[in-house]
Design a protein around this ligand. Structure first.
Ligand code: NAD
Ligand code: TDX
Length: 329
């Protein structure tokens, strides 16, 4: 199995998950080790994988790696909305050209591909309704990040239809869990509190996200690899929707801090109000059930992980907060 982006948050958790649940698999990781990736995230499995330091847009490199594998799981991407607002160019390159490069290689060598995507490609559901994204929802991305992920999904769908590429796609809701970069919402707030800083809430905090544990995401990806129908898209989401304010108050509560102990900072431009998925197809066809249907249990374990693994996040914390100061958030 070739895992692109396997030194990042979800990809590395996927590699760990695969090696513990499928000990017979041979796993090779391709990762450019951008600011978001790190060999230290794979340290626990270093002697069980082959690591290739390289760019997913390098067509010759990708061609050789794909030729030598049965199956490709494509996580590599620029993943952070705030960064994409500041400088969209690496997003266009990695997310669009990178996916094109992977697609051309799997087409040439007739290899099975699973493409990892996000519910953000479908845009903003707005507040005050119970609409949810389905596999048939119209693409309507809001940010440079989600626009480039939408483009990548469309390339995959077109390569399936026009060239018969053997691919599946999944669009997952917001993930949380170990090894998530401290730029993202949950780890930013947890590590702020662990470093003696106040958490930062964008705007009013009324924005709603659906929180899915990374292990539940990755278990779904394995089910899709095993039994998913080729050419199909699957939505993945726990069903646990909460406002950012409510999530932050839960973090404060679980960490023994007072409910009002945070700062409001200026809102993200173009900030989508709500995402939510209908994961009924995945549940019906592949019998997927989240181990963490409720954020609280998964969040407690995640907070403990950050408490116990300061070695992992501390080296990048100050640099990340400096970047947020430049963004004014
Ligand atoms: P991440 O930013 O933590 O990791 C991305 C990884 O890709 C890093 O290891 C980075 O070094 C690598 N990478 C970046 N550019 C590369 C390039 N040009 N060549 C090779 N490697 C490169 O991201 P993540 O949160 O783990 O997200 C992984 C995937 O899951 C992305 O496709 C993202 O769109 C999708 N996704 C994320 C979430 C979420 O909540 N984080 C939810 C749904 C879907
Ligand atoms: O400090 C913060 N304060 C805050 O209020 C940060 C970092 C975020 N937020 C808000 C913005 C969002 O409404 O919290 C919410 C979650 O923010 P992010 O962690 O940046 O996630 P989001 O923008 O929702 O996108 C995430 O989920 C979908 C991932 O980063 C994407 O890669 C994935 O596709």
């Amino acid at each position: 199995m070739l895992v692109t982006g396997g030194a990042g948050f979800i990809g590395a958790n996927f590699v760990h998950h695969t090696l513990s649940h499928r000990p017979d698999y041979t796993v090779r990781v391709l990762d450019a080790l951008t600011y978001a990736g790190g060999r230290r995230t794979l340290a626990a499995v270093d002697d069980r994988i082959e690591f290739v330091h390289g760019d997913v847009c390098d067509a010759d490199l990708v061609d050789g790696l794909v030729a030598d594998t049965d199956l490709v799981v494509h996580f590599a991407a620029e993943s952070h909305v705030d960064n994409s607002l500041h400088d969209p160019s690496p997003f266009v390159r990695t997310n669009v050209l990178g996916t094109y490069t992977v697609l051309e290689a799997v087409r040439r060598h007739d290899r099975r591909l699973h493409h990892i995507s996000t519910d953000e490609v479908f845009g903003d559901l707005g507040l005050g309704n119970d609409r949810k994204f389905t596999e048939e929802s119209r693409y309507d991305p809001s940010s440079p990040y989600s626009a480039t992920k939408a483009a990548s999904d469309m390339l995959v769908r077109a390569w399936v239809r026009s060239y018969g590429v053997r691919a599946t796609l999944s669009n997952c809701a917001n993930n949380y869990g170990p090894y998530q970069h401290v730029e993202k919402f949950v780890p930013r707030q947890v590590t702020n509190l662990l470093s003696g800083h106040r958490p930062k809430l964008f705007g009013t905090g009324a924005h709603v996200r659906e929180w899915t544990h990374v292990d539940d995401h990755n278990a779904a990806v394995h089910l899709i690899l095993d039994r998913g129908r080729l050419g199909e898209t699957y939505m993945i989401g726990s069903g646990d929707e909460r406002s950012n304010k409510a999530v932050l108050e839960l973090v404060l509560d679980l960490m023994g801090e007072s409910a009002g102990g945070y700062d409001h900072v200026p809102d993200r431009p173009g900030h989508d109000l709500r995402y939510a998925t209908d994961s009924g197809k995945l549940r019906r066809e592949l019998d997927w059930r989240p181990r963490y249907p409720d954020l609280r249990a998964g969040l407690s374990a995640t907070i403990e992980w950050y408490r116990d693994n300061e070695w992992w996040w501390k080296p990048v914390k100050e640099r990340t907060e400096e970047r947020y100061r430049q963004f004014g958030r």
